[in-house]
Design a protein around this ligand. Sequence first.
Ligand code: PRP
Ligand code: URA
Length: 217
Amino acid sequence: MKIVTFNQANSILNQYLAEVRNINIQGDSLRFRRNIERIGEIMAYEISRDLPYHPIEIQTPLAKTCENVPAVQPVLATILRAGLPLHQGFLNYFDHAENAFVSAYRKYIDIEHFDIHIEYIASPRLDNKILIITDPMLATGGSMELAYKALLTKGEPSHIHIVSVLASQQAIEYLQKTLPDAKTTIWCGAIDPELNEHSYIVPGLGDAGDLCFGEKE
Ligand code: PRP
Ligand code: URA
């Protein structure tokens, strides 16, 4: 399974990553959402280089010419609710893409234990399509696994791109065991070493959904 970790190279993405992690900056929710969206835009550009391309002939006002353009559009899927700004970043670039949405939330049994619940899915058919699933946080990897399995009820994609801003090392290892090796690529801003006792990524950034949209009851 190919894994791309953006912060291993120098790019402007690292500045957005630093801002979403920074406790003195991340409280500005407009900037937080926009930074996640900008990270999505950069990742969408990088993934666009992995798509199949074909030449098309176009007429300019002056002459005919040819451009190589994506031969297919991916399906953009995201996990509600924290996935929305990252999804928007992808949609800004893949504006012809189809879209899919899955809900996932942690239902706590006690302070340390929770189940993940999927209650909503809206997706086109996925057979033989390139599927991009975005979620800013891969902590245990459980939400991504369940969202992927829910999406499989809509058909077998030809390739799956898993996209996150931050992933824990544990989630990466879990998804490597769980997702189909030959046709999955994981793209993440950074891989962090630990999870705490609440299964939050450390150092991480905190609660991505709350930082985007406010605390939930
Ligand atoms: C966050 C995040 C992922 C999940 C990651 O969502 O957006 O979906 O946690 O954790 P996991 O890898 O251990 O499953 P959360 O459950 O906080 O819901 P929200 O988007 O509604 O805030
Ligand atoms: N969800 C988040 O928003 N952050 C984490 O670190 C883990 C799950």
